[in-house]
Ligand binder design. Sequence first.
Ligand code: GUN
Length: 295
Amino acid sequence: MTATLMDGKELAREVRGRLKERVSALRSEGVEPRLETVLVGDDGSSKVYLATKHRAAAEVGIAASNHTLRGDSSEATVGSLISALNARTDVHAILVQLPLPRQLNAHTIISMISPEKDADGLTPHNLGRLVYSEEALLPCTPKGIMALLKHYGIKLAGANVVVINRSVLVGKPLCHLMMSEDATVTVCHSKTRELADATRKADIVVSAVGRRPDFVLGADMVKEGAVVVDVAVNRVDGRLVGDADFGPVSEKASFITPVPGGVGPMTVAMLLENTVVAAAAQAKARTVLLAGRGP
Ligand code: GUN
């Protein structure tokens, strides 16, 4: 079998096209969707990711600015910036780029973001709503993976899914989204014994390890006809590659995401979608509030 490529670049382009129309409708009602990002320190990869996010925001008409704080900033310094952004009525979405420097606790910092402005869907409020299968701003990478699987008609009900990642950013929210779609989900990680025994039974394998050459998802680890979602970005000999040994795995899989051009562009598109959803919801809440005040 030769796998069909799940083209995240193309689907993200379609999503951005739809968002552009929603942004222009919001603008015609006097709402300018605005995303503010926060970078603490000067991590090179984070800067590249943020530049991509800002470029994509500009393309769909979302206003965006970045705030760079020193790498040795205290929790109070980051907190006061987040409070100021929470209070601004012209700001609809806030993203704190991860990872944070060691002196800062990500949970503490992310928890300071107002849930309605939580561009990444990572606040306890939104993650809690996700666990209850309630409407919420969702973490961008899991949301992007779900959109890709849906677009390519991959059935989740009853499917055996193995997710190799247990992070708050990817594995934990993804397993809840998949459970909500009636998949049977196994979450694997660095301490999992006999990982290949689990992956070989999976109808869908989601791999988000990013530790080449220590970990490679080989063709011997996937069953014939499996769907392979490769979330990792590894740099090997100056090239970007995922976890999967792409050639051999794509000979065996039915569907596979390329790296780059698979999950990555979908993550960015979902960030834009969250920003637009947040802007629309805040504009609506404000209209209701103002109407309630009477003449
Ligand atoms: N670092 C890597 N991926 C992400 C993401 O989706 N959101 C944030 N805030 N930081 C990240």
